[in-house]
Design a protein around this ligand. Structure first.
Ligand code: APR
Length: 232
């Protein structure tokens, strides 16, 4: 088997599939206040607004298709042991055929009950009046990790990093922890680190290798390079 690779992806990998990023010009956080749509307090205050925000993003994500970057990462899985740790809540890695994807910030495809924590496949349109299919409470919410909540899969991510031979970050601005701290952990473990982004992220100085350009170009080029290396 080739390399053992941990790949962190962010909104930039889905940008060319037409899904908005957060902090680019005109991004989601320029259109909505984080405290209104991406915190438990915001949900408590106005569940209608929050469900509406995620219903809109769920519809956009359902209409989007994977781009060459998602497809290239899936091809990696054939030759290397790959864990895609995505901050994204769209299902484009899975739609491209990726098998080993960890949604550390949750997923638009999942709903959960704020009362009993049950989880189920989210309907396209979530309404405040929807009863939880398990406890009946009208407390359903998207299974998305909001600011102030604990990301999913941290133990699995740490375990994967501890046995990895390569760390890559694609399309993330490096502004949000704990994801933004993975590159420092990779360096502490002595891993080679590569970043692919349109522009240098906040953590760019921690990467050995920085490849600037659209993910649909930089990611397939990087995957091809790895393939050439593993056959030489
Ligand atoms: N190709 C590659 N990179 C791109 C492209 C592209 N076509 N378009 C944008 N980018 C890069 C931007 O340069 C930026 O560095 O993607 C990054 C997007 O950054 P953010 O909008 O901050 O998204 P992300 O890093 O995923 O945000 C992390 O913050 O709000 C929370 O939970 C939310 O998961 C999200 C987290």
């Amino acid at each position: 088997m080739g390399e053992q690779i941990v790949i962190l992806t962010g909104a930039g990998i889905s940008a060319e599939s037409g899904l908005g990023t957060f902090r680019d010009e005109g991004g989601l956080w320029a259109q909505h206040r984080i405290e209104d749509v991406a915190t438990p307090e915001g949900f408590e205050r106005n569940p209608e607004l929050v469900l509406g925000f995620y219903n809109q993003r769920r519809a956009e994500a359902a209409a989007a298709t994977p781009n060459a970057a998602h497809v290239a990462l899936t091809a990696l899985e054939a030759k290397h042991e790959v864990l895609i740790v995505t901050q994204n809540v769209d299902g484009l890695h899975e739609a491209a055929g990726a098998q080993n994807v960890l949604h550390m910030h949750g997923s638009l495809a999942q709903a959960m009950c704020a009362a009993c924590a049950a989880r189920w496949e989210a309907p396209m349109v979530m309404q405040v009046s929807d009863p939880c299919p398990h406890c009946g409470a009208q407390a359903t919410r998207p299974d998305i990790v909001w600011f102030g909540e604990i990301p999913y899969g941290m133990e699995k991510i740490d375990a994967a990093l501890s046995k990895a031979t390569l760390f890559a970050a694609i399309g993330t601005s490096g502004n949000v922890y704990p994801a933004a701290g993975f590159v420092a952990e990779a360096r502490r473990l002595g891993l080679p680190t590569v970043e692919m982004n349109l522009e240098p992220s906040a953590g760019h100085s921690l990467f050995d290798d920085l490849r600037l350009g659209p993910a649909s170009e930089t990611v397939p080029a990087w995957v091809n390079e790895l393939a050439a290396k593993s056959t030489s």
